[in-house]
Design a protein around this ligand. Structure first.
Ligand code: RFL
Ligand code: PHB
Length: 393
């Protein structure tokens, strides 16, 4: 089999890239290790920056987010038992974020890909990118006991943090990493969100909490938990009780509880691999970088990588110019590091750290107070939250 761009991974990065390339007349094949249902079963991101929503439209799959997304004009910080709205819309000259689940976004992209008749090989085993530094880039994989070769011009490594793409260049990359001494326990429940128009971020002496949503009838909530906690330790009742204790009395009172339909614990980490291009192999999305979810940046960074990569490949095939390919890594990383900084900062501000002494705690309280009482400080938060601009050159 031969294609112009072999894409490894059918998560949001790979699917969005495939759709944008297809729109520009560039042929591509996606190789995915899991089944489509498994990919859809992963409950993850929920908050989209405008650049992500715009990109979905550019890819021809904006109808789902238009119909099912909820536009948010503000966020709320809760600390010391009090709510503080941050008017991100007003502070950024009219920008917003949209609550729309990664599951729904992925489903929209999968359906569009199927409708366009594009090839996605699910359950592809032992996917191996080869000769991306030479003249015959290709990817080999196994399916139904047979080994196949996909010849191509370029390989896009969109295979997430545990993928094969970054592993295949591990001797040529520098990795930067930070682990945080806690995780997030997240639940999904078919109950109306307590705050349908603003995501609520809570800092309490019991730890961080987050009230988010997937729709007006489906809520997504998180609480900070120790890394060694197990999901089995958390009955639904324990979760709801703990969430309530971390919010202000009015919100706690207003939470509608119900049976959870998903419950999982995720560790928090920051990670960046540099560079993001190796000859004809590119890394995009979680394959190259991870942020702690506090700033809701992961999926949005994946989108900006995909925007840079799709436009670079389109320019290459249309104009025979490698200029944008040559600057791909540098352009991505400028935006990535700013989002890494923001996510690290917001994580540090909102969580309880086991080793925080009296001084660190007092500094956190002073910073929160400053954040909600200074327009300059709130504006900094707001402009990062809605997403920094895409610099296309
Ligand atoms: P993915 O989604 O991990 O997809 C990679 C795909 O590659 C496949 N794969 C392979 N395929 C073939 N061969 C191999 N050897 C392969 N190895 C792996 C995998 O099966 C998978 O299908 O990466 P992608 O596409 O770069 O997308 C990144 C996003 O998924 C991620 O950044 C976000 O989910 C992060 N994130 C959030 N981002 C946001 O922007 N806003 C949020 O509100 C937000 N909340 C979150 C999050 C991530 C979370 N967790 C659990 C990590 C909340 C949580 C709890
Ligand atoms: C989510 O809805 O899953 C979500 C929202 C905001 C975040 C992280 C996750 O910062």
């Amino acid at each position: 089999m031969r294609t112009q761009v072999a894409i490894i991974g059918a998560g949001p990065s790979g699917l969005l890239l495939g759709q944008l390339l297809h729109k520009a007349g560039i042929d591509n094949v996606i190789l995915e290790r899991q089944t489509g249902d498994y990919v859809l079963g992963r409950i993850r991101a929920g908050i989209l920056e405008q650049i992500t929503v715009d990109l979905l439209h550019e890819a021809g799959v904006g109808a789902g987010v238009d119909a099912g997304g909820t536009v948010h004009h503000s966020i709320e910080l809760v600390f010391a038992g009090t709510r503080h709205p941050i008017d991100v819309h007003g502070l950024t000259g009219g920008k917003v974020v949209t609550a729309y689940g990664q599951t729904e976004l992925t489903r929209d992209l999968m359906q569009a890909r199927a409708a366009a008749g594009l090839t996605t090989v699910y359950e592809a085993a032992n996917v191996t990118p080869l000769d991306f530094d030479g003249h015959q880039p290709r990817v080999t994989y196994e399916k139904d006991g047979q080994t196949h070769t996909l010849d191509c011009d370029f390989i896009a490594g969109c295979d997430g943090y545990h993928g094969v793409s970054r592993a295949s260049v591990k001797d040529s990359i520098t990795e930067y990493e930070r682990h945080y001494p806690f995780g997030w326990l997240g639940v999904l429940a078919d109950v109306p969100p307590v705050s349908p128009h603003a995501i609520v971020y809570g800092n309490s002496e019991r730890g961080f909490s987050l009230c988010s949503m997937r729709s007006l009838t489906r809520s997504r909530y998180y609480v900070q938990c120790p890394l060694d906690d197990k999901v089995e330790d958390w009955s639904d009742q324990r979760f709801w009780d703990e969430l309530r204790r971390r919010l202000d009395p009015a919100l706690a009172e207003a939470i509608v509880t119900g049976p959870t339909i998903e419950k999982s614990i995720a560790p928090l980490r920051s990670f960046v691999a540099e560079p993001m291009r190796f000859g004809r192999l590119f890394l995009a999305g979680d394959a190259a970088h991870i942020v702690p979810p506090t700033g809701a940046k992961g999926l949005n960074l994946a989108s900006s990588d995909v925007k840079y990569l799709s436009s670079a490949l389109i320019e290459y095939f249309r104009d025979k110019s490698p200029a944008a390919i040559d600057t791909y890594s540098e352009r991505c990383l400028r935006r990535v590091w700013k989002a890494e900084r923001f996510s690290w900062w917001l994580t540090s501000l909102l969580h309880r750290f086991p080793d925080t002494q009296g001084f660190g705690q007092k500094i956190q309280e002073a910073e929160l107070d400053y954040l909600v009482s200074s327009v300059a400080a709130s504006t900094t938060l707001a402009e990062n939250y809605v997403g920094l601009p895409l610099e296309l050159r």
